[in-house]
Design a protein around this ligand. Structure first.
Ligand code: NAG
Ligand code: NAG
Ligand code: NAG
Ligand code: NAG
Ligand code: NAG
Ligand code: NAG
Length: 618
């Protein structure tokens, strides 16, 4: 991997080498304009060279590089040169407002790359170490030290199938004990890199971390969904208590995290806490249907592509399949995700081998990134990102593609309607997935934001984490947490440098807002059964998406969002609540009937400060 990166850096220096400018006078408007134009060309050239270079080479282990590509756009001195000059120019108030805005955007593009060569290597290594926490096969089996397991998929599978809380508690602890020191030292490297890159760019660590995400808006959404969340939490705790008894879970207290993880792992499987009310076997078995009909992974991706074509996006050139868009050459590892390079219209995607219904849905999300990137070849490099909206669009398309109407349209199921009981079976599972994750994304984002704000010291991080898990999620650790404990779940570490958790929060919430809007544009909005809206084949819906995405970040996010969400261009939890309203009614009635307490008493567990690794001992 190191040799590969050196190669990329060499390419970068080569490309930038030709484009080097003249010494800048910081008040010459024309010169500044020329500078950003040149910078844009250099950045595009660099990106394309990098993409080509990667395309030509072996794909194994490159995934870690692709994952980092957004943030490491360049690791070259030339990149630093551009950002430094942009920062310098940014201190001048030019008369041309747009020029000032462009300089701000350009400056931000530097991201962690501004740290320069060696620091980038150590930061990338730290990032990669944190991400491989899920796939290292190094956890001893429960009561069997002759087997070694990875968190994903082995331990995840145990969480999905075990009925033994002691076994789950063992794995919850074992994975953390195995990793705590190693995790902490890599985490520190990443945090310090973010702080230093922020300082270099002239912004605070908090601003760097939050990027275009908005804590105020996120907090508002949390308040909006709280009544729903409390009903869902109460229902889940009640079911867990029935299953495992009082010695394992207090029916008025927090849900222990190992059981919370189990509920999440079992959302779509047999044997969950829902099964006695809504048996899993009554759900349409989509994966089996796909297998029976000889689907393969490529076919799922092509179907996803067809969705976008049907709403008016240009087809992906035939030649891309198998070259720019292809299956990974290595076998799936950990919670395998496609690796995507889609900063310019020269897109690239490596997808995993797995073929199931989840892949079918994920493919619809991935193809959003590909199609959105191809919609804006005209934008200068510093406007090319779209505030992460392509992720929300992907989630929106997934909502449409998972509707029974769509599944019937593409021939996966025979009937475009569910029976009432299947409808609720699915909606509750869907709401568990969405509503249990959103507060967790929030806590992950908030605790880091406050760390960067300096609201507390690093040694208190684990304490704060559990304080917020208690307050916002109603979840606590399985026992006291001592000494080195560092308890974030593995998902927290994925794309940590990009604040992936805030992106998940935003995409999840916005996707329901987009969905409602596109459904009404497509005249598919039905008050009785809006969950069965499918806007595929509707060109007006496609045009609305295009209009928004073509802007990139050439306008502030509010204005970009306003092209679709005219009246209310910000995060709003109302759409989510509307979508899940039948589930809310069901939960509330069920809780009342069973006299279930709603809300929770707080934790009695002891959480120690973290012991930081000694300096130089990393
Ligand atoms: C921009 O690029 C042109 C052509 O390479 C060069 O002549 C000019 O000096 C550059 N201007 C700046 C401000 O970098
Ligand atoms: C940045 O500014 C320095 C000093 O003014 C100059 O030498 C250099 O060429 C500039 N770099 C770019 C990429 O414009
Ligand atoms: C431990 O796991 C190994 C490998 O799966 C198996 O062969 C062995 O029987 C297990 N031992 C016990 C005590 O369960
Ligand atoms: C960057 O670091 C320096 C030295 O520690 C400090 O004086 C300066 O205020 C920092 N800048 C920002 C934007 O935080
Ligand atoms: C965050 O959103 C709120 C409410 O929409 C807005 O008033 C505020 O200016 C936004 N903050 C930032 C940093 O954009
Ligand atoms: C579902 O789980 C139950 C109980 O855990 C088990 O008896 C049954 O065989 C499982 N069914 C399938 C299809 O896995």
């Amino acid at each position: 991997m190191q040799a590969k990166l050196c190669n990329l850096i060499f390419v970068g220096i080569f490309v930038f080498g030709i484009a080097n400018g003249i010494p800048l006078k910081s008040n010459d408007e024309e010169e500044a304009r020329q500078f950003i134009e040149n910078a844009s060309k250099s950045l595009y050239a660099f990106h394309d060279r990098m993409a080509e270079d990667t395309l030509e080479s072996e794909t194994e282990k490159l995934s870690s590089i692709f994952n980092a590509i957004d943030t490491i756009l360049s690791k070259t001195d030339a990149m630093i040169d551009i950002i430094r000059n942009a920062s310098l120019l940014d201190q001048t108030e030019f008369k041309d407002k747009e020029l000032n805005y462009a300089l701000k955007k350009l400056k931000k593009m530097g991201d962690l790359a501004v740290l320069g060569g060696e620091r980038i290597f150590s930061t990338l290594a730290a990032k990669s170490n944190l991400e491989s926490l899920s796939s290292n096969k190094d956890i001893e089996g429960y009561k069997n030290d002759s087997i070694k397991l990875a968190y994903f998929p082995d331990i995840q599978k145990i969480f999905a199938t075990s009925n033994d809380p002691e076994e789950m508690k063992y794995y919850w602890n074992a994975w953390r004990e195995k990793n705590d020191k190693w995790t902490m030292s890599n985490f520190l490297i990443l945090v310090n890199s973010i702080k230093d890159a922020a300082n270099f760019t002239g912004i605070s660590g908090y601003e760097f971390w939050m990027r275009d995400f908005n804590m105020t808006q996120m907090h508002k959404v949390m308040e909006q969904i709280e009544p729903f969340y409390r009903q869902l939490h109460a229902f889940i705790r009640h079911q867990l208590n029935k299953k495992y008894g009082y010695s394992v879970i207090n029916p008025k207290g927090l849900i222990p995290d190992h059981l919370f993880q189990q509920v999440l792992a079992q959302t779509w499987t047999n044997g969950s806490i829902l099964d006695e009310i809504f048996p899993h076997k009554h759900l349409p078995q989509y994966t089996e249907i796909l297998i029976k009909n000889n689907f393969d992974t490529l076919k799922l991706f092509k179907m996803a592509d067809k969705f976008y074509e049907s709403i008016g996006f240009d087809p992906i050139p035939q030649s891309y399949w198998g070259s720019r868009l292809k299956m990974k050459s290595t076998k799936d590892e950990g919670d395998c995700k496609a690796t995507i390079l889609a900063l310019t219209s020269k897109v690239f995607m490596n997808y995993c081998h797995k073929m199931d219904f989840r892949t079918f849905l994920q493919a619809h999300g991935y193809m959003a990134q590909i199609h959105m990137a191809m919609e804006k070849p005209h934008l200068p490099a510093y406007y090319a990102d779209s505030y992460n909206l392509e992720y929300a669009i992907g989630e929106t398309v997934i909502l449409s593609a998972s509707s029974q109407k769509y599944l019937a349209k593409v021939g996966i199921v025979p009937s475009p309607e569910f029976s009432e009981v299947v409808f609720m079976n699915r909606l509750l599972r869907q709401s568990i997935h969405a509503m249990l994750n959103i507060p967790v994304y929030y806590v992950h984002t908030k605790v880091m934001a406050e760390l960067f704000e300096g609201k507390f010291e690093m040694i208190e991080l684990n304490k704060k984490y559990w304080e917020y898990m208690d307050k916002y999620v109603g979840v606590g650790p399985p026992g006291d947490r001592e000494g080195n404990s560092f308890d974030f779940p593995f998902k927290f570490y994925l794309d940590l440098n990009e604040n992936h958790q805030a992106r998940k929060f935003m995409s999840e919430v916005l996707s329901y807002q987009f969905y409602m809007k596109l459904c009404s544009i497509a005249d598919q909005y039905s008050k009785e059964r809006l969950q069965n809206c499918d806007f595929s084949e509707n060109k007006d819906a496609g045009d609305a998406i295009k209009k928004m995405i073509k802007l990139g970040s050439s306008k502030p996010m509010r204005e970009v969002l306003a092209t679709l969400l005219s009246e209310d261009p910000k995060l709003n939890g109302e759409s989510l609540l509307t979508y899940y309203f039948p589930a809310y009614n069901w939960l509330t009635e069920n809780n009342q009937e069973n006299n279930v307490k709603v809300g929770w008493t707080h934790s009695d567990k002891k959480i120690d400060n973290v012991k930081l690794p000694e300096e130089g001992n990393k």
